[in-house]
Design a protein around this ligand. Structure first.
Ligand SMILES: Cc1cc2nc3c(=O)[nH]c(=O)nc-3n(C[C@H](O)[C@H](O)[C@H](O)COP(=O)(O)OP(=O)(O)OC[C@H]3O[C@@H](n4cnc5c(N)ncnc54)[C@H](O)[C@@H]3O)c2cc1C
Length: 436
């Protein structure tokens, strides 16, 4: 009879960008890791996002201003924000919590937490890619947010002021400078904001694949399987797989993106995780001479130059994990992009929809399960999972080793919604871009 395989130190469930980053930090520390995913390396949301390392994107989506803007957006069924009628009722509790998290006081608290996480995110991401010998996959040409009227520009100034207070560099541009940063913009675009330290990646799937290769070469074990259930046992954790067998590990990390809610519920944690579905179209390389990522904040999408092509995407659709995609949204966005970038060649694109894992207060969950300190949750990064991936990996590795985390994790606690429906409160407001 074959002896049972020795349990891994840590089972990391989910091989999206978050699980991969966690695994990276763990193998670097010499821990034995078992990486498990039902689909493969980065086959879901982390595969085809907009590729932004949006370290300066510190403003939580849940904000007083978005509450004012959302009703107008919702009038356009293919606009930046939509709720699928078949999902509206199920989304109601999440939306109520989102409303609470958008109060000025709660918004200010989320902003502070997001800023701290972003300060950690940039150096951690650079270090992680250097370790994976993938630093060349980072593009350092900044981003350009553009505005179609002076009123739109003015309405964004409060948000830029908050970023200035956080030490983020940017330059408001008009006229020749604007068109030098991106030739070929439509004449309706009257102003922009250039963020020089904004970065993008060559292609999100390329980056995730490089991390996956590094982790496996460094000795992590791999299992393609769906984890059906998780239970805390003496000396560790037991995962039951869809194939019927079980896997044991001393510790486990749940990094299953938008699908994490059920596994957390099995450990007694009711976490109001839902999904903000997003859409894009990737056009062939050369579809436009794009100098850097362009952000059309008022329209809720971005256009990104990637090694694999030009990606036009964003928007938020609240429609859960089961309803089929509505690719009219991708087509509609592409039409808008062609109006704003008149030379854009729109033929030959590939459409995609992904499931952003989102908490109502726009912050991820990074923390221990209430049932056991041997299980750590790492999910709910919403619009910013790629950006915050390495910081999350770093923090999760610290939690598993019972070391003091580099930043306070109070705002990211899994149980923060338990009593009040929203984290702690203040004043301030700002721009609601649904950009990524
Ligand atoms: C249109 C769009 C644009 C975006 N643009 C950006 C951007 O520019 N910058 C940025 O920072 N972020 C962006 N994001 C957000 C980012 O893509 C996500 O936050 C991030 O990919 C989430 O990573 P994850 O690892 O948590 O989830 P995923 O990548 O979804 O990974 C979860 C993994 O868990 C696996 N899994 C699920 N359940 C189980 C189970 N029971 N057993 C085993 N495996 C399981 C899945 O197969 C999957 O591989 C964008 C998102 C979208 C939709």
């Amino acid at each position: 009879m074959n002896p049972e395989p020795a349990p891994a130190d840590v089972a990391v469930v989910g091989a999206g960008i978050i699980g991969l980053s966690v695994a990276m930090y763990l193998v670097t520390q010499g821990r034995s890791v078992l990486l498990i995913d039902r689909k493969g390396i980065a086959q879901e949301t982390s595969a085809q996002n907009a590729g932004a390392l949006a370290f300066s994107d510190i403003l939580p989506l849940a904000s007083p201003r978005i509450l004012r803007q959302a009703p107008r957006w919702l009038l356009d069924p293919l606009g930046p924000l939509a709720i699928r009628p078949g999902y509206a009722l199920r989304m109601l509790p999440w939306l109520m919590r989102f409303g609470l998290a958008s109060r000025p006081s709660a918004y200010r608290a989320s902003l502070q937490a997001q800023t701290k996480l972003m300060q950690l995110a940039a150096p951690a991401f650079h270090a992680m890619l250097a370790r994976a010998k993938a630093s060349h996959m980072i593009r350092q040409d900044g981003s350009l947010q553009v505005y179609e009227s002076d009123a739109e520009f003015q309405s964004n100034l409060a948000g830029w002021q908050l970023r200035a207070e956080a030490g983020i560099a940017f330059e408001h541009v008009k006229g020749e400078r604007l068109r030098e940063l991106q030739p070929g913009l439509a004449s309706s675009i009257v102003a922009g904001t250039f963020v020089p330290h904004w970065e993008t990646v060559s292609d999100p799937f390329e980056v995730a694949s490089a991390l996956g290769r590094h982790v496996l070469q460094a000795g992590a074990a791999w299992r393609q399987a769906e984890v059906r259930s998780i239970a805390v046992r003496e000396g560790g954790v037991e995962l039951r797989l869809a194939q019927g067998d079980t896997v044991r590990a001393k510790q486990a990390v749940i990094a299953t993106g938008a699908w994490s809610r059920q596994l957390a519920a099995q450990l007694g944690d009711a976490i109001p995780l839902d999904t903000e579905r997003g859409y894009n179209t990737t056009l062939p390389p050369g579809a436009f001479d794009l100098k850097r990522q362009i952000i059309f904040g008022a329209h809720g999408f971005v256009v990104t130059p990637l090694s694999t092509g030009i990606r036009v995407g964003g928007a938020v659709e609240l429609g859960g994990l089961k309803l089929p995609p509505n690719f009219e949204r991708s087509a509609h966005m592409l039409g808008k992009a062609a109006r704003l970038l008149p030379g854009l060649r729109t033929e030959g694109g590939t459409q995609w929809m992904g499931y952003r894992p989102s908490l109502p207060d726009s912050l991820p969950v990074i923390g221990h399960a209430s049932a056991s300190r041997q299980v750590v949750y790492a999910f709910g990064h919403g619009h910013l999972g790629l950006t915050q991936s390495a910081a999350t990996g770093h923090l999760v590795a610290q939690l598993l080793a019972e070391r003091t985390p580099s930043i306070a994790l109070e705002a990211f606690r899994p149980d923060r919604f338990r009593w009040t429906g929203a984290p702690t409160p203040p004043e301030g407001f700002s721009e609601p871009s649904l950009r990524l």
